[in-house]
Design a protein around this ligand. Structure first.
Ligand code: ADP
Length: 485
């Protein structure tokens, strides 16, 4: 088949270890499929545990020289990586659409978002700084130095195949760490293309490695190898708990970006057009397959029916299809299990009395396509509000007063993102203070950018990514007590 990329060398189908491409997997090989068509795009190796240990050893060897460079020197390498990602944005976007399924326009947006972390953390590399304190004893100084954590592991999900890697690799490299990345089995190609561009940018051999293989087989090496000092994970809470337990045996530093169950509160005093646009963005981007996707939409009684009608109209007009087709805004879901879960949530809700305002079934195109859906008259006992649907379904729940809405919003073990629409400043402050969440969008459904700290509270995770805080996850403090200074 014709290569879908302008630069065929970006279609890498081998693991990247110690500056070399490793085409042979000691545990076999695995196909990468296009969720829109079911076609096999490429085959990548399945590395064995021993091969992954080799990647960790390479990172360990590369670490001393990389951490010895100045922040400015590392910043220059990251800047070149940023420039190359930007120059090759179209090819990267095509790879994302091919292996993940999101519409090409969204994939382009993801590449820009992914690149922004490389740019940002390259700049931050120059601003890592310690402190000097006055000690209790006059003869003494208290110095606090910042040092890289060491060899880090990133385990990333399929839903944002580029951004979830750069959000971890860029701060790690900026801080002077070396990293082994394990992308999701569904989306290794974007990760490997990023590694190719990092190599072209001058990231030294061993500083950034990409390993591919069966998670259950190689995961224990990544989380258990004593040379690894940190594990940064983005994925489900279920897997996060397993990795936390595994990392505990050698007391590793961890960052965890886990699941969400984001509530949306639309108050009677909201700008309704703005709320409809915002919920469309917060729910249907990537067909609802994001950890910050709106999962439960609470709408106050006074505007409930109007909101439902307007949202339903917009959702019914959404074009579903292969992400490469023009004007498509909803691609396929990632796999059969994802479609089955969405179907089950809709069936459960309608069985318990929910009303379909738009969609509600598998799409007539078949395959992994599901109709973008709006459900009204949803209640708190339905699966669609209790679990993360991770699909294109908006459940609308009616509420009467603010306290009730806040109580319902907080009634979950998760606390990643929340959204609210109101034009009453006093209410915004009150509700913002009361919501148990790591991130809150006020009158907006688009909250992610490189300047903002991304992360959750409760069982949504540990740590923050992006922002001036994100680099701290890859730095340790060293305290020096200097007598006679
Ligand atoms: P999702 O539901 O988005 O697929 P997962 O939490 O299942 O999220 O997967 C996120 C990442 O974690 C992927 O890279 C996946 O391969 C990896 N993963 C899943 N199970 C394990 C495991 N037991 N050990 C290590 N990594 C795992």
């Amino acid at each position: 088949a014709r290569c879908p990329l302008d630069d065929a060398a970006l279609l890498r189908t081998a693991a990247y270890i110690d500056g070399a491409w490793v085409a042979h997997g000691d545990s076999g090989a695995a196909p990468v499929t296009n969720p829109a068509t079911g076609a096999t795009i490429a085959t990548v190796p399945r590395l064995s545990r021993v091969q992954v240990a080799g990647a960790i050893a390479a990172a360990e060897r590369a670490l001393p020289a990389w951490r010895a460079r100045s922040g400015k020197q590392r910043a220059m390498v990251l800047r070149r990586w940023f420039d190359l990602v930007t120059e090759n944005a179209e090819d990267l976007a095509r790879l994302i659409t091919l292996e993940e399924g999101k519409p090409l326009a969204e994939a382009r947006g993801e590449v820009a978002y992914a690149a922004s972390f490389i740019e940002w953390f390259g700049e931050e590399a120059k601003r890592v700084r310690g402190d000097v304190f006055d000690a209790p004893e006059p003869s003494r100084r208290v110095l606090v130095l910042k040092e890289p954590v060491g060899v880090c592991v990133a385990i990333t999900p399929w839903n944002f195949p580029a951004a979830m890697i750069t959000r971890k690799a860029a701060p790690a490299l900026a801080a002077g760490c070396a990293m082994v990345v394990k992308p999701a089995e569904q989306t290794p190609l974007t990760a490997l293309a990023l590694a190719e561009l990092a190599a072209r940018a001058g990231v030294p051999a061993g500083v950034l490695n990409v390993v591919v293989g069966r998670a259950r087989e190689i995961g224990p090496e990544l989380t258990g190898n004593p040379a690894v000092r940190k594990v940064s994970f983005t994925g489900s809470t279920e897997v996060g708990r397993v990795l936390l337990t595994q990392a505990a045996a050698t007391v590793k530093n961890v960052s965890m970006e886990l699941g969400g169950n984001a509530p949306v509160l639309v108050f009677d005093d909201a700008d309704l057009a703005c709320a409809v646009d915002g919920v469309l963005a917060a729910k249907y981007r990537n067909s609802g397959q994001a950890c910050v996707s709106a999962n439960r939409v609470y709408v106050q009684s006074g505007v409930y029916e109007r909101f439902a009608a307007r949202l339903g109209e917009r959702v019914a007009a959404m074009r579903v299809g292969d992400g490469f087709e023009p004007d498509v805004v909803q691609g396929p879901l990632i796999d059969d299990a994802a479609v089955a879960k969405v179907e089950e949530h809709v069936r459960d809700a309608t069985g318990l009395g929910a009303r379909i305002v738009a969609g509600g079934a598998r799409h007539e195109r078949g395959g992994l396509f599901f109709e973008p859906t709006v459900l009204a008259d949803v209640t708190s006992e339905m699966l669609v509000t209790r679990e993360e649907t991770f699909g294109p379904v908006t459940p609308l729940i009616r509420f009467d007063d603010e306290a009730e809405a806040v109580r319902l919003a907080n009634a979950t073990e998760f606390g990643l993102a929340a959204y609210l629409w109101s034009r009453d400043a006093a209410r915004v402050w009150r509700v913002a203070g009361a919501l148990e969440t790591g991130m809150l969008g006020v009158n907006t459904g688009a909250i992610s950018n490189e300047v903002a700290p991304f992360g959750g509270v409760k069982q949504s995770g540990v740590g923050r990514e992006g922002s001036v805080y994100g680099i701290e996850e890859y730095l340790e403090l060293k305290y020096v007590a200097w007598e006679g200074a």
